[in-house]
Structures are given as structure tokens and as C-alpha cells.
Design a protein around this ligand. Structure first.
Ligand code: IVH
Length: 673
């Protein structure tokens, strides 16, 4: 056997196994991008070395055979898959092939560009306007009968205004919010959570008991009208027809002429992949003219008139080298994975969180394992799952260390809690994170005191608590490495200025659990002084608007801790008034009485900082949009539900670039679509 034949067989075996796991068991063990790479390698091998080809190779197949638990449905017309391209140049090459096939100039072909939803394909049949059948794709020829389950999908039209046989194809999926809710419910019931919305949708659809499907918040988006197309000239006409019949269709679909417009629009989806409210793994580009589609025809697995542009993967497999524990400012000990560096969603990932002890156990990851890592948007990368490897001996199970890796103190996990804590208040790692937080923009906002310098000051022993900052003198700092007279004086001045900060900022800086800028403002605004807060009983705290029982209890406990009492006394000595000025007396009340909702990331602000800035300007920053909302500031990757709600209520959407303008002028200037 040649080495090529051997490799091709190996690849086919792996792909078949992954197909089974993905399509039949709804439990993929490999990231999509790695799967795609296997298929691409096999196709390239088969193209370059015809001798390795075999009849019915998985490289030609679509999906996997139907699972035996549902009755088979033979598709009247084969359900095809889509070919993939992975970048703009491959997309341009595809559009050149399309144009050549049509005998046209590529610049004159009209393309529809729409999201590629990460769900499962369905074919729904109507006879004389009545819903009669729903089937999964299966292997493209034969699918599974899921008529009873699909009937329970919200918004699925049970009748449409059409005569004869009409088949509608589209994708079943779970919207992000529905997925979160479903997983929260699974958690509560102590059942296994789903790894991602696609698996959750697949698992929900293929329930033997339709009542279980009914309880799952599935959605269906239609993208194909099969059958008598003669009534329509273009794809977008068919989509409008589907929408008229009551189907959900892709709102972001646009028809563009010209290759660069088409490429740009497909890139738009990559930039906005987290804004749609559901998971997409690419954009689909389709020839819009139906007559042109017929000229182009299909191959055995995919139409020539459509292509999927797959985005840079957000999930990859890599090797787990070690599991370590990091200590946060509250002492929380978070296990994290040290990984063989891998490029995920455009950045190199060498570390990923494992959240807590239970997660490590549930995922059963051990040093040496192959694992799937996810990085989506600006969230911290996480280890999703382990990839089982046959015939590979595994390392020993990992155990949570008993001692803090930073200070050697005990790590404690309290009854009923999922997190483990280093309970040594003098732990240097906690101290460092506390000081960094204390100096951060949302808290005391001390200019020139970043992570490096905090580490340095702790290392040389100049500080061992946040209150020590206020005793630093220019002559202490100037001789330190990286300092001089000027930078030392600047830092001392920056620290000095912090003494004038109001109580609410100090409360944020202290890093009290559950007390962020919004709660801190509410607390300080209601009781005005630290002493009043420290004296308040639980009932009084809970009665403050914007303060719930969780915040109240956390503060109540916090102010009674001996170390805290001492720290606060030292801050008072350092010159802090620990009082909140009356809002009328603050200079900036530009937004007085206005509710401004912020969604997505704003440049130069964390979420807390943005909200604090609105509050500092006299406004309020509620977590959700209502009729009373003055405007919604839209940053990078905004929340789809907030956008939708704002549009529904006619609340102005303001560009993130205009946030500063809004803060200073108190009015918005430009809106975004
Ligand atoms: S069109 C003949 N459009 O992606 C054309 N498919 O990887 C058939 N998919 O089997 C599909 N979003 O399950 C089309 N906007 C979209 C899609 C889409 C997701 C799925 C579909 C298809 C698979 C191919």
C-alpha cells in the first residue's frame, strides 16, 4: 500500500467516525475547523493521486446515515450540502468560476449574501397549504421523520397560502439566549449541559417524546423554496414569499452585484458574528438569479451556485500541558489550562480557564489530553471538552491543590459553593490583584499605576496594602528601576488626587463581592457616608433602590471583617472623606434624569466604567431597554436582544464613538441604523 493510500484510508476512517459522532450521536469530539481540515486533506489527496480514490468516499458524502430511531423519509429532491471557502481569495476564485460557467463578467453577477446558521437542516412539506411532514437531512437522500417534533417549534407555520406540494428548507437552531436559558435549566435539574447551541438544537429536535422537543425553545429559519420555481425569477423573491407565509428568514440578507461588494458583505458577517443573537459559522453566498442557477447546476454533493465562506474558527483542538491555579483579588482560586499554543479566532491561545473544581471533574480533563478550546469575541478562552483518543494512555487525574500556589496558605471550598478560595488575607497574589483593581479606572482611577508598577511596589516591599499607597513619597519611588524624579512625582500626584474621590469610588475600589459601580453609587447615594453604611442593618440596605439581598448581605458581612475595619481606618487617616457629595453639587449632571443603556464594548471603557460614566454624568444606566430609555449606546458586539428591543420601542441607537459627546453634552447626536 502506498503511503498516500494509507493516509487516505486513515483520513476516511477518522472522518467517518466524526460524522457518526456529529450527525448520529450529536456529540462531536472534534472542533469543526479540525474536521474541515481532515476533509480538505482527503479531497486534496484524492485530487492529486487518483489511485487512492474509492467508490463512495466520505469526501463526497453529505452528513451521515439517518439514525434508526425515527422512520426514514426519502427526499423528493436530494438535500445537498455546501462547498466551503476559507478566505476572501478563495471566494473570489469561486465567483470567477461562477461567471465563467455563465459566460458572464464576474462583476455583473448578482449574489445574495446571508448568514450561515450553525444548526441542522430540515425539509418541511406542505400539501395544499397544510403542514404534513418534516424531515432531517440524513445523508441527503434519506432523512429522519421529525414531523411531530417540528410541529412544536414556535412560529412554525402550520398552514401557508399555497396550493399543491411545497417544500421549505431551512435550519433549526437555538438562539443564544434560549441556549443560555436551556443550559441554566439543565444545571438546575442537575442534568448535563450542552456544549453549544447546535448540539442542544440537535438533541432537542431528535427527542423520541415530542413533549420534550416542545419544551425546548427551538427556532427555524427558512432559506430555500423547493419545487416549482417558475413563479419566481430571483432568490430574494422566494425569500420574501417565505416571509409572507410567516417563516422566519434572515433579516440581514442583501443582494449585491460586484465581487468586492460580495466579499465585503461576507466579511461584514464575520465582524458581526456575535451580534445576530444566534450562532453562525460563516456566510453563505448564492447566485440570486434562479435561471442562472439552473445553468450552473450541481455536483453530487453541493450546488455550483452557492458557497459557504467559513470564518476563522473559534474552537480548536490542542494539547493540554498542565493545569494550574490562579488567585484573584477576592482570593478565588481558578484552575486554568496551560496549552500548547494554538491560533483561535485570530489570536494565539496558550491558556484557558477551567472555571472551578467541578468543571475539571465533569470535563475529565487531565494533563496530556487533547482538548477543545473556545474563544468567542472578547471572552476569556475556555476549555470546552476533552477529545478522546483511542489507544493512548492517559495521565493521572488532576486534583485541586490543598495549598495556595502563591502563599502556601490553605485553599478552602465552602459547603454548597462551587468556588475554592485562598483564605489568607495576606496572600501576595490577592494583594496584587486588589491594588490593581483599586487603582483601575472604574475605581480610584490612579494615573500611572498599572500592573507592572503594582507588582514592583509589592516586590520591593514599599506597599503591602492599598492604604500604603498614600504614604509613598517621591524619594521612595525615584530610585526604583523604571522611575525617575519626574515619573515618581507624577505617580505621587496621581495617588494624591485619588484622596478626593467620593465614597462610591472607594466602595468600588475595595472590591466588595457583588458591589460594582452601579451598586456602589446606589449605596453611597442613599446613605452618604461609610459610617452610615457600616452601621446600617440588613433591612436598611435591602431597602435601597438598586440594592438586592445579595448585595446587601455581601456588604453587611464585608464591613464587619476585622481586616476591612483596619483598612478603612487607614484610608480615612490617608485623607479620604469616605462621603458621597450630593449629586446637585457635582459638576457634571449633563445626563440628569436620563436612562442610558450601554450594550457591547466601548473603546476605552469596561462595561462597569461605561455605566459608571453615565451615572457620574447624572444619568442612570439600567441593564435593559424600556420605553423610558433615553438612548442605547451601541459598542462592538452589542447584545442582539437589546438592539431588537430598542428598535421595537423606537429608542434611538447611538454609535459608540459618540459616547463621550453624549456624556458631556447630555444629548445624543448621530444614530445608527
Ligand atoms: S443553503 C443547496 N443557506 O449549512 C443549498 N444552507 O454546510 C443548501 N446552512 O446543509 C443549503 N445556513 O444545513 C444554506 N443560509 C444558509 C445556511 C445553510 C446554514 C447549513 C445547511 C447546509 C449546511 C452546509
Amino acid at each position: 500500500m502506498s503511503e498516500y493510500t494509507q493516509r487516505a484510508n486513515e483520513l476516511r476512517e477518522q472522518i467517518e467516525r466524526h460524522n457518526r459522532e456529529y450527525f448520529v450521536e450529536d456529540a462531536p469530539v472534534i472542533a469543526d475547523a479540525d474536521y474541515d481540515a481532515l476533509v480538505r486533506e482527503l479531497r486534496a489527496l484524492e485530487a492529486e493521486h487518483p489511485e487512492v480514490r474509492v467508490e463512495g468516499s466520505v469526501s463526497e458524502g453529505v452528513g451521515a446515515p439517518a439514525a434508526p430511531t425515527f422512520s426514514p423519509v426519502v427526499h423528493v429532491e436530494r438535500m445537498l450540502s455546501l462547498d466551503n471557502v476559507f478566505d476572501a481569495d478563495e471566494l473570489r476564485a469561486w465567483s470567477d468560476r461562477v461567471a465563467r460557467g455563465l459566460g458572464l463578467d464576474a462583476g455583473s453577477v448578482a449574489f445574495a449574501v446571508e448568514p450561515k446558521i450553525d444548526g441542522l437542516a430540515l425539509a418541511i412539506t406542505y400539501l395544499d397549504g397544510v403542514y404534513v411532514q418534516a424531515a432531517t437531512r440524513g445523508d441527503g437522500r434519506v432523512g429522519e421523520d421529525v414531523t411531530r417534533n417540528v410541529r412544536t417549534i414556535r412560529g412554525m407555520p402550520m398552514s401557508i397560502g399555497a396550493a399543491g406540494r411545497v417544500e421549505v428548507r431551512g435550519e433549526v437552531f437555538l438562539a443564544n439566549e434560549d441556549f443560555e436559558r436551556l443550559n441554566a435549566a439543565q444545571r438546575e435539574r442537575g442534568e448535563r449541559e450542552f456544549a453549544n447551541p447546535r448540539n442542544a438544537a440537535a438533541g432537542s429536535l431528535r427527542q423520541k417524546d415530542p413533549r420534550v422537543s416542545a419544551s425546548r425553545p427551538l427556532s427555524f429559519l427558512a432559506y430555500q423554496l423547493v419545487g416549482d420555481e417558475s413563479a419566481y425569477a430571483t432568490y430574494d423573491e422566494t425569500i420574501r414569499q417565505l416571509a409572507d407565509w410567516g417563516f422566519l428568514t434572515a433579516a440581514q440578507l442583501v443582494v449585491v452585484t460586484g465581487i468586492e461588494e460580495m466579499v465585503a458583505r461576507s466579511s461584514w458577517f464575520e465582524t458581526h458574528r456575535h451580534d445576530l443573537g444566534y450562532q453562525i459559522d460563516g456566510a453563505v453566498i448564492k447566485v440570486n438569479d434562479l435561471a442562472q442557477r439552473r445553468v450552473l447546476g450541481t455536483t453530487s454533493r453541493a450546488p455550483r451556485w452557492a458557497i459557504a465562506r467559513k470564518f476563522a474558527p473559534e474552537e480548536r483542538s490542542t494539547r493540554l500541558l498542565a493545569i494550574e491555579v490562579s488567585i484573584g483579588r477576592t482570593g478565588r482560586a481558578t484552575p486554568y489550562a496551560v496549552l500548547e499554543p494554538v491560533s483561535v479566532a485570530g489570536s494565539t491561545v496558550a491558556m484557558a480557564t477551567l472555571h472551578n473544581e467541578d468543571q475539571v471533574r465533569i470535563k475529565d480533563v487531565r494533563p496530556g489530553d487533547l482538548v477543545i478550546v473556545r474563544k468567542a469575541g472578547d471572552v476569556i478562552p475556555e476549555v470546552l471538552a476533552r477529545v478522546p483518543e483511542e489507544g493512548v494512555a492517559r495521565g493521572a487525574q488532576w486534583h485541586f491543590p490543598a495549598a495556595c500556589p502563591e502563599c502556601g496558605g490553605a485553599l478552602v471550598r465552602r459547603e454548597g459553593e462551587s468556588d475554592t478560595y485562598c483564605v489568607n488575607p495576606a496572600c501576595p497574589a490577592q494583594l496584587m490583584q486588589q491594588v490593581i483593581h483599586f487603582a483601575s479606572r472604574a475605581a480610584l482611577d490612579i494615573e500611572g499605576l498599572g500592573e507592572q508598577r503594582v507588582a514592583q511596589l509589592l516586590r520591593v516591599g514599599l506597599i503591602s496594602d492599598v492604604a500604603d499607597l498614600f504614604r509613598l513619597r517621591v524619594e521612595d519611588l525615584a530610585p526604583l528601576e523604571g522611575f525617575g524624579e519626574i515619573s515618581a512625582a507624577a505617580l505621587v500626584a496621581g495617588i494624591d488626587a485619588a484622596r478626593a474621590q467620593p465614597l462610591s469610588r472607594v466602595l468600588v475600589g475595595l472590591g466588595i463581592r457583588h458591589v460594582g459601580p452601579v451598586a456602589a453609587r446606589a449605596l453611597a447615594g442613599a446613605l452618604h457616608t461609610y459610617d452610615a453604611l457600616a452601621d446600617a442593618d440588613l433591612e436598611m440596605l435591602e431597602a435601597i433602590e438598586g440594592v438586592g439581598p445579595v448585595i446587601a448581605a455581601s456588604l453587611y458581612r464585608y464591613v464587619r471583617e476585622p481586616e476591612v475595619i483596619e483598612r478603612v481606618a487607614r484610608l480615612r487617616e490617608a485623607g479620604f472623606s469616605l462621603a458621597e457629595p450630593e449629586p446637585e453639587r457635582t459638576a457634571a449632571a449633563a445626563l440628569a434624569g436620563r436612562a442610558v443603556v450601554v450594550t457591547g464594548a466601548l473603546e476605552g471603557y469596561t462595561r462597569e466604567e461605561a455605566e459608571a460614566a453615565v451615572v457620574a454624568a447624572g444619568g442612570t444606566s439600567p441593564g435593559s431597554v424600556s420605553k423610558k430609555t433615553y438612548c442605547v449606546v451601541v459598542g462592538e458586539s452589542p447584545g442582539a436582544s437589546k438592539l431588537a428591543r430598542a428598535r421595537e420601542l423606537g429608542v434611538p441607537l447611538v454609535a459608540g464613538e459618540d459616547f463621550e459627546y453624549l456624556l458631556t453634552m447630555g444629548v445624543w447626536r448621530n444614530t445608527v441604523a
